[in-house]
Write a protein that binds this ligand. Structure first.
Ligand SMILES: Cc1cc2nc3c(=O)[nH]c(=O)nc-3n(C[C@H](O)[C@H](O)[C@H](O)COP(=O)(O)OP(=O)(O)OC[C@H]3O[C@@H](n4cnc5c(N)ncnc54)[C@H](O)[C@@H]3O)c2cc1C
Length: 476
């Protein structure tokens, strides 16, 4: 997804002067497929992010790649008694068809393709990335040289991991910041009506430490009787939950149970839609930390899951990828024109993305860490009593809530705060820390020269947060 969009964006901004080659390990019939099990995703994307592409580079999307419109995403407390609208209008995409449309669009910008080719390593010369080497579908080695490389190879990127040049890009992710996720595309007969479990109009997210420990579960409509249903967990969160409940669940058993317990769905069966062939069932991984603090190096840029772009709270990576890919395409086109693909020449991408979209991500990382420290009962209480209308508006706009209710000198609220002092203190800490991180991100350096100093401050903030927010049941 993000590689194809970046390619189109380079084509657009360079007025097709740049020569762009997309290397995809899939066949031309199955572009963008993540794993053998398909285009594993929850499929939800905001209208705003889809429109961003049209506004900036003129590419339009419609049915069938925008499979089903939704009015927003509701996040439910574990007891289903409180819901918060998390996002405005959007769609559930058909992830199998979306990249096909993207390939067509990219070809319209003169982009070339090499399918069935797996990139194995970046190649370097004189401190610059200058190409890739890999193997074709028959196992024959190939080498491609280029002025620069964009790594859009997703969450399991080996290119980033074995990046051969010194740079500010972090190569490895802490495995606890990688969420194991899985989902089914199911058709079903409606049993009962209960809009806390299914409605064709809204995506639904369930927060629940027993059902989706240190993660969340979702029921995203793809029609009146069709859903994308699944959940994501952190491995250590699942281990702690199993220990706490004396159970031995894994990701698949959790998902199967979640599907079975949905009272709205009877006779659930894998989607029979020809547009879902090879894409009805599967597990994959999503990064849920802030994006890589630097996304560029000499001759190299990262985008999409390879750059850890998904929002740490809900693993939503499509919107961030759309924003970042368009911005990256613009930066690359300018850098090529200026004949400067150095870290400095590509820096405007890291900088613009951070200032326009990425600045909230570290604060969402903190909120995710905080949620791992609380029980279902505390989430129920906090969502019911501590979220103000202002917080809810901020959440809808994908900003971090301020939890100002906790500060109010109103006797009823004071009593509530007193009855849940740990929760109130934790929320306050999280809100304050989040604000500090937003402020720091808004001071992201305009050139790489300022990066070491900025990075030191970011690492100090995050280390302190990790020490303070120890998940429930974990050794301190
Ligand atoms: C279960 C699940 C649910 C999710 N739900 C949502 C959601 O509802 N909303 C949302 O916004 N986000 C969601 N996400 C995240 C979203 O799917 C990703 O953020 C998004 O797909 C990232 O796109 P990408 O192009 O960066 O990577 P990918 O979609 O992973 O694409 C990477 C491409 O690179 C190819 N590739 C990989 N390695 C190589 C190689 N070495 N050589 C050549 N080609 C290679 C792959 O085959 C693939 O075609 C979910 C993720 C999962 C796993």
């Amino acid at each position: 997804m993000s590689g194809l969009l970046t390619a189109s964006s380079i084509g657009f901004y360079s007025k097709q002067k740049a020569r762009v080659l997309v290397v995809d390990r899939n066949t031309p019939e199955e572009p963008g497929k993540k794993t053998n099990n398909g285009w594993i995703c929850g499929d939800a994307a905001s209208k705003k992010s889809v429109q961003f592409i049209e506004t900036n580079i003129g590419l339009k999307y419609d049915y069938p790649e925008l499979e089903h419109p939704v009015k927003g995403i509701y996040v439910y407390s574990p007891d289903h008694k409180t819901k918060v609208l998390f996002e405005g209008e959007g769609y559930t995409l058909n992830r199998r068809l979306f990249p096909r449309k993207q390939v067509k669009d990219a070809k319209g910008f003169g982009v070339e393709f090499k399918f069935g080719a797996t990139a194995e390593r970046l190649t370097a010369q004189d401190g610059y990335i200058r190409g890739i080497e890999g193997r074709d579908k028959d196992g024959n080695p190939f080498k491609i040289s280029a002025k620069m490389v964009v790594d859009a190879s997703g969450s399991s990127s080996v290119l980033r991991k074995f990046n051969p040049i010194d740079s500010y890009i972090e190569r490895e992710i802490d495995m606890d910041d990688m969420e194991a996720t899985g989902r089914y595309l199911l058709e079903f007969d409606q049993a009962v009506e209960d809009e806390t479990y299914f409605t064709p109009e809204y995506c639904i997210i369930h927060l629940d430490q027993d059902i989706a420990p240190a993660g969340y579960a979702w029921v995203f409509p793809k029609g009146n009787k069709k859903v994308n249903i699944g959940l994501g967990v952190s491995k250590s969160g699942l281990d702690r939950r199993n220990k706490r409940l004396g159970l031995n669940d894994n990701l698949s058993t959790l998902i199967d149970k979640y599907v079975k317990d949905n009272p709205c769905m009877k006779n659930g069966r894998l989607s029979n839609d020809p547009n879902d062939v090879g894409n009805t069932k599967g597990n994959w991984q999503v990064p849920v930390r802030r994006h890589n603090d630097s996304m560029v190096a000499n001759g190299l840029a990262l985008v999409g899951d390879a750059a850890w772009l998904p929002r740490p709270l809900d693993a939503g990576g499509i919107g961030p990828s759309m924003y970042a890919s368009v911005i990256l395409g613009k930066t690359v086109a300018h850098a090529l024109e200026a004949n400067d693909v150095s870290q400095e020449g590509l820096w405007p991408y890291s900088h613009e993305y951070m200032l326009t979209h990425g600045y909230q991500m570290a604060s969402f990382e903190v909120l995710r860490r905080y949620l791992q420290t609380v029980t279902n009962e505390q989430i129920d209480f906090g969502m019911k009593h501590f979220l103000t209308a202002e917080d809810i508006n901020m959440i809808r706009d994908r900003k971090h809530p301020r939890f100002n209710a906790i500060q109010m000198l109103n006797p009823v609220l004071l009593m509530r705060v007193a009855s849940q002092m740990d929760l109130a203190k934790g929320l306050r800490y999280t809100a304050d820390k989040s604000q500090a991180l937003v402020d720091l991100n808004l001071q992201y350096p305009e050139s790489p020269n300022g990066f070491p100093e900025w990075k030191k401050k970011m690492d100090t903030e995050m280390d302190e947060t990790k020490k303070r927010l120890i998940p429930k049941g974990a050794a301190a």
